[in-house]
Design a protein around this ligand. Sequence first.
Ligand SMILES: [Zn+2]
Length: 105
Amino acid sequence: MGLFDKKYCDICGEKIGLLGNRKLENGNLCKNCAKKLSPWFSDRRSSTVEEIKQQLAYREENQQKVAAFHTTRTLGTNTKVLLGQKSRGSQPRCSGLCRRDRLQS
Ligand SMILES: [Zn+2]
């Protein structure tokens, strides 16, 4: 109860230590998951669990794309068009920060 309630991360399900909780609009986030978020991400407190999940999924997908891009590039295939189509189809509904992410990579 009260102060000593154990919190669990709504993203990965890990137990959150007393000082490790990062509050979200409608849930909790552990330190590890917070680290995975975009360094430009500043409105975490007003973000929902759903938005955080989307951002993490997006970032993960992006990393895979970058990896795939480098691999294919060494083979001499033009993946640029493919990448463009893909990201347009799976555009997450998050505010502003995803767009910045995309520009960056
Ligand atoms: Zn977590």
